[in-house]
Write a protein that binds this ligand. Structure first.
Ligand code: KG4
Ligand code: ZN
Length: 343
């Protein structure tokens, strides 16, 4: 079975082909980052228009990369939520139209299930059950995973997602959108203990997160530093980036430790754009060594949005006999707990 995967939920057009026997045989990605950078965030209408331009050429490139033709494709997987409605409609419409023309089944995939299953593309795959930490620009969730589709959300952000907090703080520090990775690079030059940020919601029980206060704390710290220094020095910017990142990472580590204790699981899966963060990987690695457990990540290129995770998730669900009806439905908001479980 060979599945074509189409991801267009936000600002990346991702196209991939997953082959049941060979694994991933094509992976194409076009990032719209430059298109949105001038606006400091994703402009939904521009995103949709660009997906229209890029999706079909990338599908052609993916077929060429895998040395396949449309006749070799047995099913299509497309992201149908959650995400930007216009962007989702582009990928879903193209997917449904191709499936109709090629007379093959198609399935709408949940974007966050795609992130969650991305580590399954690696040689060292996590066994069920495990705790998954999904951290992207739109979501921060701790999920108990007992199998495919057997998801229980243990905690989530009550305001900004971790990636959103990274991006907003990066913007305050004068970094381009999306600034998560750039903030992390800046933090490498920062010194510890000059600024101390709070660890939100760690002094009470529970597994929910709140990151919007950190952004406000960063804004106040920057304003005070400007008053003190007149012009924000490079070192001060780096020190603030360091303190912010350390607060996010430590908060996440505390919550992961709690989630693992609560479930008595010893495997942790981290996925979504922020899982590319080096400091977070190091700290969670140390946590899992302490707990004598194991941590699993997708490779860096599959941490952020991509077509591979959608092709793989669609493969699992199509193989299970699931398909989506021809009548198009996108779900900009969609809880992962509504998904069918596979026994
Ligand atoms: O999963 P993703 O590509 O898109 C969403 O579904 O949201 O995640 C993008 C997010 C952005 O907020 C970006 O700044 C953040 O992931 N990100 C990082 C790093 N690389 C990407 N945040 C912190 N450190 C990084 N190295
Ligand atoms: Zn994503």
């Amino acid at each position: 079975m060979r599945i074509l995967g189409i991801e267009t939920s936000c600002d990346e057009t991702g196209i991939a082909i997953y082959d049941e026997k060979k694994g991933l045989v094509a992976n194409q990605l076009y990032s719209q980052i430059d298109l949105h950078a001038d606006y400091g965030g994703v402009v939904p209408e521009l995103a949709s228009r660009d997906h229209i331009r890029k999706t079909i050429p990338l599908i052609i490139s993916a077929l060429e990369e895998a040395k396949l033709t449309s006749k070799d494709i047995d099913g299509i997987a497309y992201t149908c939520g959650p995400g930007l409605v216009g962007a989702l409609l582009v990928g879903s419409t193209i997917a449904r139209a191709l499936a109709y023309a090629w007379n093959i089944p198609a399935i709408g995939v949940h974007h966050m299930e795609g992130h969650l299953l991305a580590p399954m593309l690696e040689d060292n795959k996590p066994q069920f059950p495990f705790v998954a930490l999904l951290i992207s620009g739109g979501h921060t969730q701790l999920v108990r995973v007992d199998g495919i589709g057997k998801y229980q959300v243990l905690g989530e952000s009550i305001d900004d997602a971790a990636g959103e907090a990274f991006d907003k703080t990066a913007k305050l520090l004068g970094l381009d959108y999306p600034g998560g990775a750039a903030l992390s690079r800046l933090a490498e030059k920062g010194q510890a203990n000059r600024f101390i940020f709070p660890r939100p919601m760690t002094d009470r029980p529970g597994l929910d997160f709140s990151f919007s206060g950190l952004k406000t704390f960063a804004a106040n710290t920057i304003n005070q530093a400007i008053k003190d220094e007149k012009i924000l020095s490079e070192q001060t910017r780096a020190d603030i980036a360091y303190a912010f990142q350390q607060a996010v990472v430590e908060t996440i580590v505390i919550k992961c430790r709690r989630a693992l204790k609560e479930t008595s699981f010893n495997r942790l899966v981290i996925a979504g754009g922020v899982s590319a963060n080096k400091q977070l990987r190091q700290s969670l690695g140390e946590l899992m060594t302490q707990l004598k457990g194991e941590v699993f990540y997708p490779q860096t290129q599959f941490c952020t949005d991509n077509g591979a995770m959608i092709a793989y998730t669609g493969f699992i669900r199509l193989k299970n006999g699931e398909t989506s009806p021809l009548a198009l439905e996108v779900k900009p908001r969609w809880a992962m707990t509504e998904l069918n479980s596979i026994t």
